[in-house]
Design a protein around this ligand. Structure first.
Ligand code: DGY
Length: 315
């Protein structure tokens, strides 16, 4: 495993002999392939692709693959299951923190927070208050469209109440009426969501259906004053289409915490665009959440290697 926040490493080292990359960087692929051989458990993160090759290399002793993440699209779950290997995740501990960051992005893109901050740092603020300096868009009273109404989507909807937003959502399965009422969100077809949202925020899992879901045709259906927010997985948006949409002003801007390829290529056209806020995948990055994720990821291994159960199994 790579170096992760405490208490996971200590919990594991007390019981087992642990091979850990001392740096918090992902180990190179060849190091993973070398070190996974004959291990009973593998603790990984979403930056490491745990595919058939890694699983095969580990050999028959491998019983658990525990990821320090809620998403597990980087693991070949089918291959693991075929070999009787348990795959675990960190559950929903990051939902509220990710919803907080979604709102940070909504506010940052609508009110040009990052551009305005840079303006002062670059010593460009020469006159005081000015009537047309960094004019942005209202958040209060606007329509927020959610693609995905799992825990994170619902946590975002609850925050939107405080901004008196009109919340609409689209999900594979419609929520129960009671839950809809509790979060104050109305179910609509995807096409309506695209057409009516002032802020469209994605909270979908990555799978075959959601990959490249936000393509040219969908971006074209959005309002040209709308903002696209993504804190889920980068592959849900076709980035080439997004660049086109931003250049051609089909939409007003986007705020992204996740990208098709991470880290974002330094020559990505996104970096030069002004109507964007870019964050380096920090949705769950609070001390409290990362420490809880570390504890759960380690505990998942301990429970399963001890023949007990954990509620955080990937089914
Ligand atoms: C996850 O856990 O899936 C997030 O993307 C990173 O914490």
């Amino acid at each position: 495993m790579r170096k992760i926040p405490e208490p996971g490493p200590t919990l594991l080292s007390r019981k087992y002999s642990v091979t850990m990359n001392r740096k918090s960087l992902s180990p190179p692929r060849e190091v993973i392939l070398r070190n996974v051989v004959n291990k009973d458990a593998l603790l990984c993160s979403l930056s490491e692709r745990i595919d058939k090759e890694v699983i095969e290399k580990a050999g028959p002793k491998l019983k658990v693959i525990s990821t320090l993440s809620t998403g597990y699209d980087h693991i070949d779950v089918k291959e693991a299951k075929k070999r009787g290997i348990h795959v675990t995740f960190t559950g929903e501990v990051l939902s509220e923190a990710t919803a907080d960051l979604t709102f940070a992005l909504i506010l940052a893109i609508s009110r040009k927070v990052v551009l305005a901050d840079n303006y002062i740092r670059q010593k460009k603020w020469k006159v005081g208050w000015s009537p047309d300096l960094f004019l942005g868009s209202n958040v209060y009273g606007k329509t927020l469209g959610l693609i995905g109404a799992g825990r994170i989507g619902r946590a975002v909807a609850r925050r939107a109440k405080g901004f008196d937003m009109n919340v609409i959502y689209h999900n594979r399965r419609r929520l129960e009426t009671k839950l809809e009422q509790e979060i104050g969100a109305k179910y609509v077809e995807l096409d309506t969501l695209l057409r009516e949202s002032d802020y469209l925020s994605i909270h979908a899992n990555l799978n075959a259906e959601s990959t490249d879901m936000m393509n040219e045709s969908k971006l074209k259906r959005m309002k040209n004053t709308a903002f696209l927010i993504n804190t889920s997985r980068g592959q849900v948006i076709d980035e080439r289409s997004l660049v086109k949409a931003l250049r051609k002003k089909w939409i007003a801007g986007a705020a992204l915490d996740v990208f098709e390829s991470e880290p974002l290529e330094t020559n990505s056209p996104l970096i030069k665009m002004e109507n964007l806020v870019l964050l380096p995948h920090i949705g769950s990055a609070t001390y409290q959440v990362r420490s809880k994720m570390s504890e759960i990821a380690a505990q998942n291994i301990i429970e399963l290697l001890s023949g007990r159960k954990t509620p955080f199994m990937v089914r």
